[in-house]
Design a protein around this ligand. Sequence first.
Ligand SMILES: [Zn+2]
Length: 415
Amino acid sequence: MESGLMDIYNFPWVIYATDGSKGSTGMGAGFYRHDTKGGGCCRVEGGVGGGSSGRAEFAAACLALEDSLTHDQPIAVLTDSKGLMTVASNWVGEGKDPLLQHSPDGDILARIIKVLHQRVSLGLFTMFIKIRAHKGEFLNEKADRWADEGREDIDNVRWDGPSLQPTFSWTEEGVEHRCSMNKTLRTRVHLKVSELQLPLHKNCTSEFLNREDNSRDLLGKHWQDKIVPDRSKRRLLQSISHQFPCAKLLKLWGLRDSDECRLCKSLHPEVTPWPRPESLGHIQARCLALQKPRIAVHHGIWRELPAAISRNSVESHDDGTKKWYFPSAVSEATHDEWTVRQILVHLGMFPEIKSLRADVTEFHAQQGIVLTDVQITSFYSLRPDGIAFDDKNKHCVLLEFTRPMDSVSSSAEGD
Ligand SMILES: [Zn+2]
């Protein structure tokens, strides 16, 4: 409101008009005290990320409040800062609001609250009056002048120390950033720490994370996907970071005496000690007791893969027709496994079965494998996991589905 309309000059209180000043040279705060025609000011710096737009106003109110401790009169503090009104009504008498530590001007606000508490404990009355900021109003003009003076007062700088909360700064692509701790910053810090830590480690996890084209962007999407159950996200994270609570790790952590697989052990109680530890690789690929579910899962995953590969196969011939044809990709619910014989028929090679048979024999012989007729016939009956044909060029690609942990040789421990 207009201070004039309130007949403020006749109030039996000490009246302080406060103002902040912001310009290219910095911030200043000032107050005018009506009864003594005096005032005070200072230059204002600091604050998290340079402080808020109301920082100078807060500082001005704080200066006025500090001045009020030099006498024992009730006071009215005129301010055009809406933020200050909120501060005053929220925090006086309530103790420190937890929000204070999140405010970029927490250093000044804490001081304001402290002085207000002092006044309350002395039984002194304090009133904040919100006025409209505009030129031409006497008290406002006076405070404005003090604030401008404060801005230039480089010998009298206040609130330039560390604020209540730590400020973080970093440079990215030549731009300096500053802010207090928040969710985004926390993520950045974690990422940076990981980047710095990664070269220091040499194990399967770091090897995976250092690998080029390791699809980490896909992992990120997977973890952000709200449809994916938390349970499976956690499993994936545990697997990648080698923290899946299998017996091998539980023993390492001192939570279990033996790293034997209880399932394998119950199948073969006579084998002591059980030769391989229950590692994640064991559970996923080698556990004797889990063979059936393993095969079911294998098929389940494989049913989806050829369909997805087929959908995403974009190579085409010069005439624009699709290059690869996936006969095995019937749908995601079912797939046909072709035998080698069917593949050869499809490629039109069966009429020359005699020479083909010789080729197969020779191919194996080169690797020191001698095949009997029965074995050759059973070779024709083999079913690759999947196939793709480029009929035009008579190319056939066999698709085999394997998981990294199918191979025992991936590490000495079988992981
Ligand atoms: Zn087992």
